[in-house]
Design a protein around this ligand. Structure first.
Ligand code: CTP
Length: 395
């Protein structure tokens, strides 16, 4: 894989040499372009050493060596990866401004673009920045979402560039083989919300990240992907048919309507098991007379069990979120649900699972084969799960 790595002037630029190293370990050939500001954070010399190529900083080159042949570079590149991408470079990419070597190259670049925005929380939340990121996403750019953490400015919040291994995983995904070409994959994601009255609902802590990662990974591997999602804070993944639902009943209807047209169904959603027997028309008032309130709940339909009865029956991947005896519970659930594969998570472990960017899982197949997936980013876990699905379908 031929990668042009663009580094713009944020503090996270200090990670660039490590990033180049790891990308090369992953088999990439990397050419680096620095913005003049990035060159204040990280030395072109060290990047030249780790990439084994000259590093471009000056738009017009130095007098002795001529200008940057960005057209030649664009013929070579399969991916332009900008990490970190500052608010400034994101704005220039959006507007088509070409006032340095990186942004000039970006206009000549014809292959895929992936950016890893990194900046102060409030800058990231600024409507202009958000709008620019959405514009790039709509044009097909891959966005590696910044993570929460302590930022260089001392503030705590979103805006941090993910660690190098996560970035590399993401980039690997871009070069994944297209082994799901011609296949259609239905993924469910997120929690469901079961209303109690016009202002309250029952739900769970699912963020939807695992399901969205599966949808994105399947799409990159060539599948036609439908994503049925409960309410999440995540941006819609590009190139995926999206159906938004709120309740388990709505998810049930959407999934059963779509399932017959899909060869693979992956049920990553955390469906609420119960819904209120009666949804109050008006806000439930705190009663003056009693200190207790009894809610009567009724069981929601089991979507997965109904998908297993669809004809032609798709290949079914279930998920199991457990807090104890994970393997045992997951095995029983696999049998009970009639799925082909179950991906089990230990949700008692706060460093993985719900709302985390990382996951660790146990994948159990119908014939009893167990694969342990070590802790990794959710996109990497998604790809490992799809590897197993592809392997099983080929049997
Ligand atoms: N699931 C479903 N419909 C439901 C409940 C769950 O399709 N009404 C799916 C989930 O999407 C997941 C799998 O079933 O793929 C297991 O979900 P989980 O909540 O762990 O299992 P339950 O069947 O609810 O079992 P339990 O509550 O006993 O853990």
């Amino acid at each position: 894989m031929n990668i042009v790595l663009g580094v713009s002037g944020g503090i996270a630029a200090y990670k660039a040499p490590e990033l180049v190293r790891r990308l090369r370990d992953a088999g990439a050939d990397v050419r680096v372009i620095l913005t003049p500001n990035a060159a204040r954070f990280v030395s072109p010399l060290s990047l030249a050493a780790v990439s084994n190529h000259g590093v471009i900083v000056e738009q017009w080159g130095d007098a002795g060596h001529g200008g940057v042949d960005h057209i030649e570079l664009a013929r070579w590149a399969e991916l332009l990866f900008i990490a970190p991408a500052t608010a400034n470079v994101i704005a220039k990419l959006t507007a088509g401004i070409a006032d340095d070597a990186l942004t000039t190259y970006a206009l000549a670049h014809r292959a895929e673009l992936v950016i890893a925005p990194a900046m102060n929380t409030f800058m990231l939340a600024h409507p202009t920045v958000q709008q620019n990121i959405e514009t790039l996403r709509a044009r097909g750019a891959g966005i590696i979402e910044p993570v929460n953490g302590l930022l260089a400015c001392g503030e705590e919040g979103a805006g941090k560039m993910p660690d190098v291994p996560l970035l590399v995983e993401h980039i690997r995904g871009h070069f994944a083989s297209r082994d799901l070409d011609g296949k259609s994959v239905l993924v469910t994601a997120g929690p469901t919300r079961e209303p109690l009255d016009p202002v309250r609902y029952l739900s769970n802590r699912s963020s939807g990240k695992m399901g969205y990662a599966l949808a994105e990974a399947a799409r990159r591997r060539g599948a036609n992907v439908t994503l049925v999602t409960g309410p999440t804070a995540l941006p819609a993944p590009a190139g995926v048919a999206l159906t938004r639902v709120t309740t388990a009943a709505e998810m049930h209807a959407a999934v059963l309507a779509a399932a017959p047209h899909h060869q693979i169904v992956i049920k990553a959603a955390a469906v609420a098991d119960f819904a209120a027997a009666n949804v109050a028309d008006q806000k439930i008032k705190k009663s003056e007379s009693s200190d207790e309130l009894t809610l009567r709940l009724v069981k929601n339909p089991d979507i997965l069990a109904d998908v297993a009865r669809v004809s032609p029956r798709p290949f079914i991947v279930a998920f199991a979120a457990e807090t104890e005896a994970v393997e045992e519970q997951a095995r029983a659930k696999l049998q009970r649900k009639g799925a082909d594969l179950i991906v089990a998570n230990d949700v008692a472990d706060r460093t993985i699972g719900f709302d985390s960017d990382q996951n660790e899982a146990l994948v159990i197949a119908k014939d009893g084969e167990v694969t342990r997936l070590a802790k990794a980013g959710k996109l990497a876990i998604a790809n490992r799960v799809l590897d197993i699905v592809v392997g099983r379908l080929a049997r």
